[in-house]
Design a protein around this ligand. Structure first.
Ligand SMILES: Cc1ncc(COP(=O)(O)O)c(C=O)c1O
Length: 435
């Protein structure tokens, strides 16, 4: 085995190495701490591998023998799940579709990668709308578009690059579609957690832009796609009223409403899906990250058209159809989350962190707009440079955190974090406040 001190140089000889300087020790990392086998330091994990690792390291329930047996069987083989079915797959699909997906969503599709989950959500919508307007018309060049939002991050695949508009470097030079993009009416919070900006006015502007887009593109708009809480674009929260207005537009204008919950889903918000906090039900949800295996679930609106992608073979597909190891692991996560009541835990712990950060914001003007829901917590600094410096100071204090938007820091907490972990987080954040 390569020596930890040689990991980066070994990788460098074969690939771009622009990641963290630490070398994660998967045996010595425990719970909310990531062990660096280069230095022996333990890092407080407030980033969870970009919101993708839900239950901390070395969770005792992951040592269960029956689970390990299934995991090993799945790992020793690689099955083309789209066409070759196994008991392990059926166990997973049953658990996910009955304990995680709400009842009205009976159409699932599995794939590897969040970007590809979104990509396939778009394909569902394009196919659906093509049947609505008439296949002959579409074959004659009447092409569909996806209405989306400024500050959106939906991935870096073919279609999703036309939607993603955070760091321009991520999509520059690649061919993209010129699809309608409208403004993002983000809520801002004061130190008591009350809305402190004129968000109703921002919503009215955004909805007017949506109206104008429908006037321009008419029946070419197949869907409205939004992250119900924008992650990379700035941890931007929306009011229920706005998401409801999008629902109404989609119903009236015959478009599908797609929520991208790749970053927010699977109990990250304290509920299985963030949209459940708003009770505004979308037509399609794209998921990934914490779910391990990625994909979409859709309601029966897509079945309005007889030849929809869930009934007609090969319209959406991939060889692996997700990944069986990820499916087995995801099922175990569902069991852990239920047994340990982690949705309730992260709701309470996230609120503690938000409350602590608002306390800090009351004392100093250095941080503002503290916001959060469950594991998804963020605050804003006065400039991108101050934010970058604080992130680097946090890393020096052995805290893993993430940037978000122009000047925010975001945390993606492990669902297992306890109050002691939150207290340590607040202590280290306090130590790193800009001078
Ligand atoms: C909201 C959202 N959608 C899509 C993606 C793309 O997921 P992946 O990186 O797994 O392709 C991400 C990744 O950060 C995301 O946050």
């Amino acid at each position: 085995m390569i020596d930890p001190k040689s990991v980066h140089s070994t990788l460098q000889s074969a690939q771009l190495v622009d990641g963290y300087p630490l070398v994660l020790d998967l045996e010595k990392s425990k719970g909310i701490y990531m062990h660096d086998s280069r230095t022996g330091n333990d890092y407080l994990d407030l980033f969870t591998s970009f919101a993708s690792w839900p239950v901390g390291y070395d969770h005792p329930m992951m040592a269960d023998e029956a689970f390990l047996k299934d995991l090993m069987i799945a790992a020793r083989n690689k099955v083309a799940n789209s066409d070759i079915y196994t008991t392990q797959m059926a166990d997973f699909v049953q658990a996910f579709s009955t304990r995680v997906t709400p009842d009205e969503y009976t159409n699932h599709f599995w794939v590897s990668g969040g970007g590809l989950a979104v990509e396939n959500a778009l394909k569902v919508a394009f196919d659906w709308k093509a049947h609505k307007v008439g296949v002959a018309k579409v074959e004659g060049g009447h092409s569909m578009v996806a209405l989306h939002f400024k500050g959106a991050f939906h991935g870096r695949t073919g279609y999703t690059m036309s939607l993603t508009n955070t760091d321009p470097n991520k999509v520059a030079l690649f061919p993209k579609f010129d699809w309608p993009r409208v403004s993002t009416p983000a809520v801002e919070f004061d130190t008591d957690g009350k809305i402190c900006n004129d968000v109703a006015a921002l919503e009215a502007t955004s909805l007017a832009e949506i109206d104008a887009a429908f006037a321009k593109y008419k029946d070419r708009i197949a869907c409205i796609i939004i992250e119900p809480l924008q992650g990379e674009g700035g941890d931007n929260h929306f009011r229920t009223e706005f998401l409801q207005a999008l629902r109404t537009v989609c119903d009236e204008r015959e478009a599908l409403l797609i929520f991208d919950e790749v970053q927010t889903g699977f109990f990250g918000s304290g509920k299985a899906w963030l949209w459940q906090h708003h009770a505004v039900a979308p037509d399609i949800v794209a998921f990934g990250k914490k779910t391990q295996v990625c994909g979409i679930y859709a309601n029966n609106r897509v079945k309005d058209v007889p030849e929809n992608v869930f009934d007609k073979s090969s319209r959406i597909n991939s060889t692996w159809g997700g990944n069986l190891v990820d499916m087995v692991r995801c099922k175990r996560f569902i069991e852990i989350i239920e047994t340990e009541k982690l949705a309730e835990n992260i709701t309470a712990r996230g609120a503690e962190l938000v409350q602590g950060l608002r306390g800090i914001a009351k004392e100093s003007a250095k941080i503002s707009n503290v916001r959060g829901l469950g594991s998804l917590v963020a605050f804003t600094l006065d400039s991108p440079a101050t934010r970058d410096k604080m992130l680097s100071d946090l890393f020096d204090k052995q805290v893993m955190a993430l940037s978000s938007g122009a000047a925010a820091i975001r945390f993606r907490l492990p669902l297992v974090i306890d109050s002691a972990g939150i207290a340590t987080a607040l202590e280290r954040i306090n130590d790193c406040l800009p001078g």
